[in-house]
Design a protein around this ligand. Structure first.
Ligand SMILES: [Zn+2]
Length: 108
């Protein structure tokens, strides 16, 4: 292996590790702000509908992600719209109940 190849491999490893660290830092910062991820997280669409969906940072097959907002299907209104991830603490018990009545298909 030439020195140039070794240098290129070292640079590639540093770039990949740096990207992973940045992603982890961004994720933990969002979680510190009180957001929850995974199955059955509550989102609100632009028209105010509340429903539960699966939200895994960095993984999305059915939505266009824009940080804590993404564009996806709303099962309440039957429309494609921007939905925003909600914090559990920001919702009233009535809003939790309303959201729990509607689940989308569970695909992130
Ligand atoms: Zn809606």
């Amino acid at each position: 292996m030439t020195t140039l190849t070794q240098v290129l491999i070292a640079v590639l490893v540093v770039v990949i590790l740096g990207g992973l660290l940045l992603r982890l830092a961004r994720l933990s910062r969002t979680q510190l702000q009180g957001y929850r991820f995974g199955r059955d997280v509550i989102v609100r669409c632009r028209d105010g509908h509340l429903f539960m969906t699966t939200w895994i940072p960095g993984v999305s097959f059915k939505a266009i992600r824009l940080g804590l907002v993404r564009y996806q299907y709303c099962p309440v209104g039957g429309h494609f719209t921007a939905v925003q991830l909600m914090r559990d603490d920001d919702l009233t018990p009535a809003e939790h109940l309303e959201a729990s009545r509607f689940h989308d298909n569970g695909v992130p």
